[in-house]
Design a protein around this ligand. Sequence first.
Ligand SMILES: [Zn+2]
Length: 84
Amino acid sequence: MGKEIPFNPNEQAQVQIKPSDLTDVFCEKCDCQTFAQAFMFKELSAILSPTGKKSLVPIQVYTCTNCGHINDGFLPKENPGATA
Ligand SMILES: [Zn+2]
């Protein structure tokens, strides 16, 4: 009793994240809860490429391990000005 625990200024306050604070993410198609890392490729046109040649740009996404679906939330945000 009476002893104070010295505050260590070098120790950064750690944010404790409890599993209960997290929201589960499910596949939009089949409700599967596991996802695998995958890559989508975008083609960079020769006009826009700094090298003057067509090149492929990899974009990391996550696919459902059950049905292969990619949730919209995992997709990179498209430029709102560019509509396909
Ligand atoms: Zn799925």
